[in-house]
Write a protein that binds this ligand. Structure first.
Ligand code: ZN
Length: 376
């Protein structure tokens, strides 16, 4: 297997150049034309590497891309997203740059390095004349960073016929794969009161901001670090002017849980919130956006197999988890064996310090190629 590692080490410069091209094509989830350009670029590369390519058109979000090597059920499903959180124009402020062993850029770690790794792995297997052991479908989606609203059904349909799902999302900074991820929920809580003149009729008003302040404290206190549950009031708005008793105020709330049991407990508590001030009303809207991926045989069993294959390459794979959700949450919740965090090593996803460790591009391409060859 060391030949294999050497082969991919020789592709390192090409992989880095491909990554630069991907990073220099800005692709925020909310800019369809921009994401579609990257989708077309990746479609061409996949076709040149022998894939049958299908673009799944979308109206609101970027198009999704299915690249297939081989046909039929019982194959590998690889997931990778081509959208980023960075608006068009950010590239001019923070261009691609390489410092020593690190490459910095927009979405470089989350998740464009993964696209470079996937293409490098499959191009490499083609060049070596070593086909994957089972059919491969790669689903490149364009709306992951906004919760995969338009790609979820496609992900689930493909996962239902797959042997195993490899979610090519960033590894942990130390290279660990992700065998658990928290689930996420979103709520909007709106307090309604009664408007009144702050001078002439103060006593006739019902202050929606005061009502909401009580609810904010209740929500924040639902956080239980021991259970891995967080409730974050992340946005607040309300009222119009200082001299008017406000009749409306609203917060947006992010919920993270490690288990479905915790989700049931917390969602029941949020939905049961009752107003404190006489005459005030509350409207609670929202629910779960991605279910938790619990550490279970669904994630641990494929992790053990990957560990064995990695050991053959001389890599020691470790397992960890994260509070952030990914599309792996959907497939693991279906009970489909799911391995997540196979992307590049690096740090700073969604931050100005986002970067990858350049040597990990070739290493992870070699690992992915080995998994596709040797998985049983
Ligand atoms: Zn991501």
């Amino acid at each position: 297997m060391s030949d294999f590692l050497d082969f991919f080490a020789r592709q390192a410069d090409a992989a880095l150049d491909l990554l630069r091209q991907l990073v220099e094509m800005e692709s925020p989830s909310t800019d369809k034309a921009a994401v579609d350009r990257v989708v077309r670029f990746v479609a061409e590369r996949a076709r040149a590497a022998g894939a049958t390519v299908t673009v799944v058109p979308q109206e609101r979000w970027g198009d999704h891309l299915l690249a297939r090597w081989g046909e039929g059920a019982g194959g590998f499903l690889l997931l990778c997203h081509l959208d980023t959180v960075w608006p068009v124009g950010t590239l001019a402020e923070r261009p691609w740059r390489v410092e020593g062993e690190r490459a910095f850029g927009l979405g470089v770690y989350d998740d464009k390095a993964s696209a470079a790794i996937i293409l490098t792995a499959l191009e490499g297997l083609q060049a070596l004349g070593l086909p994957p052991r089972y059919p491969v479908t790669v689903l490149f989606n364009s709306d992951e960073e906004v919760g995969s609203p338009s790609s979820r059904s496609l992900i689930e349909a493909e996962a239902a016929r797959a042997r195993v799902v490899f979610c090519i999302e960033p590894a942990r900074p130390d290279g660990a794969l992700k065998v658990w991820r928290k689930g996420t929920g979103r709520y909007t809580v709106t307090a309604l009161g009664r408007a009144a003149h702050a001078g002439a009729d103060h006593e006739k008003g019902i202050n929606a901001i005061e009502e909401l302040a009580h609810q904010v404290l209740r929500l924040q206190k639902m956080t239980d670090y021991g259970a891995g549950t967080t409730v974050n009031v992340g946005r607040i708005e309300g009222g119009t002017r200082a001299n008017i008793v406000p009749d409306r105020a609203q917060v947006r709330v992010d919920v993270r849980v490690k288990t479905m049991t915790e989700w049931e407990r917390i969602s029941a508590a949020i939905e049961a919130l009752q107003p404190v001030l006489p005459g005030a009303r509350l409207i609670v809207e929202g629910g779960m956006s991605r279910p938790p991926m619990e550490a279970s045989p669904v994630t641990l069993e494929p992790f053990r197999r990957a560990q064995e294959i990695a050991a053959g390459l001389g890599f020691i794979l470790t397992a960890d988890g994260t509070g952030g959700a990914s599309d792996a949450n959907f497939t693991a919740a279906m009970g489909v064996p799911t391995l997540d965090g196979l992307g590049a090593l690096g740090d700073g996803a969604h931050s100005v310090d986002e970067h990858v460790l350049i040597p990990s591009l070739a290493e992870r391409a070699a690992l992915l190629a080995a998994l596709l060859r040797e998985w049983s």
